[in-house]
Design a protein. Structure first.
Length: 163
């Protein structure tokens, strides 16, 4: 998977940031009526980290806009601009654009749904600047108050899969 595909997949995972405060893994801070800010760091198996910082604003009932920054292990930065819509009780869809460190952009879409109390499932796809598409499928579960676990896998445009 190339760098833009990785940034796009991280951007797709950022869709979880748009869950309501009561359901958002990792928490966040309210930034006023209808908005909140969030930041998180993920550490990979090799000890490398990715950071996400962003803010979300409610633009209409059931609709939120998110702007954020994703910083990779080598310090490369990408931006995320996303619109999230609540489709029903416990169900959201998101569409967004990610711009990588080289200025190239790609798009993504995700669908997140509550599968049980404290559990959510997310599927999505990301299309890079050259038209190559990657897919993501994963789940997030609250195992205890304040403790969340996330599992998932991404499949690249050539069929290679990573978890």
């Amino acid at each position: 998977m190339n760098q833009i595909s990785r940034v796009l997949l991280v951007g797709g995972l950022a869709a979880l940031v748009c869950l309501p405060v009561s359901a958002r893994p990792g928490g966040g801070a309210r930034s006023g009526a209808g908005g909140f800010s969030s930041s998180r760091t993920r550490t990979g198996a090799a000890g490398n980290t990715r950071n996400y910082q962003g803010s979300t604003t409610r633009t209409a009932p059931g609709t939120w806009n998110t702007q954020g920054t994703v910083t990779g292990a080598r310090g490369n930065t990408g931006t995320v601009h996303q619109t999230t819509t609540r489709n029903g009780q416990g169900s959201w869809s998101s569409q967004g654009t990610v711009t990588g460190p080289n200025g190239q952009s790609g798009t993504y879409q995700t669908n997140t749904g509550r599968t049980a109390p404290g559990s959510w499932s997310t599927t999505g796809s990301a299309t890079g600047p050259k038209g190559n598409t990657s897919t993501y499928q994963g789940s997030t579960t609250r195992s205890a108050p304040g403790t969340w676990s996330t599992q998932g896998s991404a499949t690249g445009p050539k069929g290679n899969t990573s978890t």
